[in-house]
Write a protein that binds this ligand. Structure first.
Ligand code: SF4
Length: 180
């Protein structure tokens, strides 16, 4: 089993936080190795404790001029089964306190409610982050829906994508889509 870990890497004014915890619950993307590279069956509480113990220490290596944070967790950052909401809250609150120039927090996530992409969740995180801009990073992979869904197994229809974009716009979230 892969060991759970927290990695913080600074690139100029950007900070990338990689949470190697529980795996993505969507396993249909047949090009993706993330579910098997995650930490298997690490418990939520165990992973929360790991983040509590290590986040501040990891951030002491990072300078305070960070403006943008990118959060990845081997799956879906907003999915409560993938990353405990208390753990996400802890990360957001700690980073807000430390980085006074922070203007953007980006989270990698699928666009379906069963993976935490809900109005309630978007609203809650938006409020928690204020005045920092929230952003979703979406693995859109390709504009070609046949390749995206039939070949790559992404399970993301054009309609689902367009509805999700409207929801994000309604709640003031930015989005970036990642192409294969
Ligand atoms: S949703 Fe993302 S993390 Fe999950 S299997 Fe697909 S590409 Fe990988």
């Amino acid at each position: 089993m892969n060991q759970p870990s927290l990695i913080c890497e600074q690139k100029n004014h950007r900070l990338i936080i990689v949470l190697q915890g529980r795996p993505c619950r969507y396993t249909g993307c047949n090009f993706c190795a993330l579910p098997s590279a995650a930490s298997g069956v690490v418990g939520h509480n165990e992973f929360h404790e790991l983040v509590s113990l290590n986040l501040n220490k990891a951030l002491t290596q990072v300078d305070s001029n960070i403006k943008e944070i990118f959060l990845y967790n081997f799956g879906n950052v907003l999915d409560p089964e993938n990353l405990l909401p208390d753990t996400l809250n802890l990360i957001i609150d700690t980073c807000k306190k430390k980085f006074h120039k922070l203007s953007l927090v980006s989270m990698d996530n699928r666009l379906e409610p069963q993976y935490g992409f809900t109005e309630t969740h978007l609203l809650k995180i938006n409020k928690q982050l204020q005045p920092i801009q929230p952003e979703i990073a979406v693995g859109y992979e390709t504009h070609d829906a046949y390749i995206r869904n039939r070949i790559l197994g992404k399970g993301l229809s054009d309609k689902g994508f367009s509805n999700a974009m409207k929801l994000l716009a309604n709640y003031g979230w930015m989005f970036v889509f990642i192409l294969f």
